[in-house]
Design a protein around this ligand. Structure first.
Ligand SMILES: CCCCC/C=C\C/C=C\C/C=C\C=C\C(=O)SCCNC(=O)CCNC(=O)[C@H](O)C(C)(C)COP(=O)(O)OP(=O)(O)OC[C@H]1O[C@@H](n2cnc3c(N)ncnc32)[C@H](O)[C@@H]1OP(=O)(O)O
Ligand SMILES: Cc1cc2nc3c(=O)[nH]c(=O)nc-3n(C[C@H](O)[C@H](O)[C@H](O)COP(=O)(O)OP(=O)(O)OC[C@H]3O[C@@H](n4cnc5c(N)ncnc54)[C@H](O)[C@@H]3O)c2cc1C
Length: 662
């Protein structure tokens, strides 16, 4: 059986799709998840979870209040604590993240930031003695931590953080203090009610000198009572657009004392007498953010996939309207418009995940290099992940919203669960650096690269930048996906140079560097987007070329074809400098035929991600395709339907109608 999802009793329309798939979905899962070993582990973990009934949702998540969601995830975490070691290798981050996704879904929970930022901050920023003291406790979950950096008044501009950590050599203590209301920490995930520790980022002050943002390990709550410690004000910031299973919080300090060795001192140090040693790279303290950004292509790809699993499966069971055969309505997946809505996003999701694997590995390597004293790769990875997080979050938001619309009316119902996926995923445009700001960080790097070329120092260009020094060449669009890479290179190169020239000209005309930068900013962000999309396309093609299995490679080449045609058309205004409108017409025709080619494999392509029904929480996206019966069952479970007459009817509507009758 090529598609392993086929089961007796499934909706025959979905079974028919799965029979059509031309490749083995387990083999594809191994490609998606980087190795056969991990793909198998994922399935084993999912299978083991399904044998623990207490890990199932106690009622549909969409009907829970915020308090119920938080309580439900804490209940499950306590069940999990009895099973950690038998379910996963606790040292394997990917296994842990898979377990969290399966059991807890995406709405957040008490450990939301513990694995993703708290532990990574200790790994990257704490010295050996500090790791000895806290890392084991954190990994054993004796303590729960979060990452408290953003303040009510400042998230982007870290240099303006107001929370101070002032060192006093006389007591060998720091005093943490929140001088104003805007200095309250605001937003950190799991801070409000769950965490009893936090890595707090504060402005280090020694003898009236401000050394800027540094990380500190801070105990917030008593380990026995969980009450906030004296000098600490902490709480929940209230409901959000989504992600309401998480208690994003606020935090204030009133002259809170902290021992000297609670500053994380792997890279910068404060001696007992107050002597400060600066880090080997000024931005090394920002590494926890780079760590998360390096994961975001993968995580956002998986958010988009969840929405696509729902939309593609539903589109294969939803029948509406007619094509040739007037005796039976067609699956809406057969409409070209539906395919055009969904398939380019499937391609992007695959591309994002392949990029994600690459950037996660780059971060892991950088961590080793930095530990060995080599910080030279930091700028490259910062630039790459800044652009990537911005592009993937934006395109993921677009893809999920299209998936919702592709489900028609039922997509708007929480039964589809797509609005929740959208709400969580779209947060990625903001967290870990607001997208425009991060595009401008990449733009700094691009401008510097052009300056290298202009001054004859092309040999010093960083990875992926050589194309900026190359001349435009004739493009033969019949020569395969590489020709489309060339189109992107031309368009990105032109835009990067154009934006840089504008910036330079404005400075030459007398504008200050900052004003000239601001007046070039829109062009600069465009340059960053094109450069990043080029990287995504190249990575996708490179990964697919490396695959040896013939049937897997064939369908992935079909997917690459959808991707390159769609992407070039999507940047048509930039591409027009290098591609004629007649050529664009021919790309359009190729896109339509590549949608057609992909159609029989659509369901298998999304099944290959092997996302369980438990994780998906979607009536429309059920693996068995039995949508309608379950939609009715789901609606019947609504709290409003637990009584025939609501109290509000008796209290307001009935008296109003009765009065009107008089
Ligand atoms: C975790 C996800 C898993 C699943 C997801 C599920 C649900 C998600 C739910 C919740 C989200 C979870 C967590 C969220 C956490 C957070 O949001 S934590 C807070 C994040 N905050 C930010 O990202 C702040 C953004 N701001 C900054 O990073 C900096 O302020 C900024 C880089 C914008 C500017 O810094 P500044 O110190 O002012 O530097 P300059 O602009 O002057 O630049 C000076 C040079 O330094 C280079 N540089 C900057 N950063 C770095 C770096 N990290 N590494 C290397 N180099 C860096 C910069 O490029 C400049 O170089 P040049 O001078 O041009 O050479
Ligand atoms: C779901 C979620 C979870 C979060 N989790 C955490 C967490 O765990 N820990 C934590 O510390 N923080 C967390 N945050 C906070 C988050 O990191 C910040 O909100 C984010 O970095 C953006 O900063 P800001 O809110 O100050 O936006 P602002 O900077 O105020 O952005 C407002 C507007 O100003 C623009 N802007 C700002 N500066 C510039 C500039 N220099 N150039 C051009 N335009 C600019 C932006 O582009 C944007 O359009 C979380 C946020 C969310 C939404």
């Amino acid at each position: 059986m090529l598609n392993k999802s086929i089961m007796d009793g499934d909706n025959p329309d979905l079974t028919e799709e799965r029979m059509k798939g031309a490749f083995d979905t387990d083999k594809m899962a191994a490609v998606i998840y980087g190795s056969e070993k991990f793909a198998i582990r994922r399935r084993e973990i999912t299978e083991s979870i399904s044998r623990i009934p207490q890990l199932a949702d106690s009622k549909p998540f969409s009907f829970m209040t915020r308090e119920e969601k938080i309580s439900e995830s804490c209940r499950k975490l306590s069940v999990l604590s009895e099973h950690w070691n038998q379910l996963i290798d606790t040292n394997n981050e990917e296994e842990a993240l898979h377990l969290y996704r399966e059991v807890l879904g995406l709405e957040g929970h008490a450990f939301s930031l513990h694995e993703t930022m708290f532990i990574p901050s200790l790994v990257a920023q704490a010295n050996d003695e500090q790791q000895e003291k806290w890392l084991g406790r954190a990994k054993r979950r004796e303590i729960i931590g979060c990452y408290a950096q953003t303040e009510m008044g400042h998230g982007t501009n870290l240099r303006a953080l107001e929370t101070t950590a002032t060192y006093y050599p006389s007591t060998q203590e720091f005093i943490l203090h929140t001088p104003t209301e805007t200095a309250l920490k605001w937003w950190p995930g799991a801070l409000g009610k769950s965490s009893n520790y936090a890595v707090v980022v504060a402005d280090l002050v020694i003898r009236d000198t401000h050394y800027g943002a540094h990380p500190f390990m801070v105990q917030l709550r008593d380990e026995k009572t969980h009450n906030p410690l004296p000098g600490i004000t902490v709480g929940d910031i209230g409901p959000k657009m989504a992600f309401n299973g998480a208690d994003n919080g606020f935090l204030g300090f009133n002259q809170y004392k902290l021992p000297r060795d609670h500053m994380l001192m792997r890279h910068s140090r404060v001696e007992e007498n107050g002597t400060y040693t600066k880090p080997p790279h000024a931005k090394i303290g920002y590494s926890s953010m780079v760590k998360v950004r390096s994961r975001m292509a993968m995580d956002q790809g998986l958010f988009m996939v969840s929405a696509l699993v729902i939309a593609v499966r539903y589109s294969a069971v939803r029948r509406q309207g007619f094509l040739d055969d007037k005796s039976r309505e067609v699956k809406v997946l057969d409409y070209q418009t539906q395919q055009h809505r969904l398939f380019p996003s499937i391609a992007r999701a695959y591309a994002f995940i392949f990029c994600g694997f690459e950037t996660i590995q780059l971060y892991d390597q950088l961590l080793i290099d930095v530990k060995n004293g080599d910080t030279s790769g930091m700028s490259d990875l910062h630039a790459l992940t800044s652009g990537l997080k911005s592009v993937v979050t934006h395109q993921t938001g677009e893809g999920i919203e299209q998936a919702r619309m592709a489900c028609g009316g039922h997509g708007y119902s929480m039964a589809s669960y797509i609005s929740e996926i959208y709400g969580v995923a779209i947060g990625g445009c903001t967290y870990e650096g607001e997208n425009m700001v991060m595009l401008l960080q990449l733009a700094r790097y691009l401008v510097k690269s052009v300056e290298l070329v202009k001054t004859g120092k092309s040999k010093e260009l960083g990875p992926m930048m050589n194309y900026l020094a190359e001349p435009d060449t004739q493009i033969d669009l019949t020569s395969g996906p590489e020709a489309y890479v060339k189109v992107f290179q031309h368009a990105a190169r032109r835009q990067v140079w154009k934006a840089t020239d504008k910036f330079h000209q404005l400075m030459e005309s007398g504008q200050s560097r900052d004003i000239a930068w601001n007046n070039s900013a829109v062009e600069l962000t465009r340059a960053s987007r094109l450069h990043t999309r080029l990287y995504i396309m190249e990575t996708f093609i490179r990964r697919v070329s490396s695959i040896s299995d013939v049937s897997i490679k064939k369908v992935l080449i079909d997917l690459v074809n959808v991707h390159v045609n769609y992407e070039v058309l999507d940047i048509g205004t930039y591409a027009l400098e290098h591609v004629s409108s007649t050529q664009l017409d021919s790309i359009r025709s190729q896109l339509y035929s590549s949608l057609d080619t992909l159609r029989p494999n659509a369901v298998s392509l999304i099944d290959s991600f092997q996302i369980s029904d438990m994780q998906l929480r979607s009536v429309l996206g059920r693996r068995d395709g039995h949508v309608y019966t379950n939609l009715f069952e789901w609606a019947k479970a609504s709290p409003l339907n637990q009584t025939h007459v609501l109290p509000s009817v008796n209290q307001y509507l009935k008296p109003m109608m009765d009065k009107a009758k008089l």
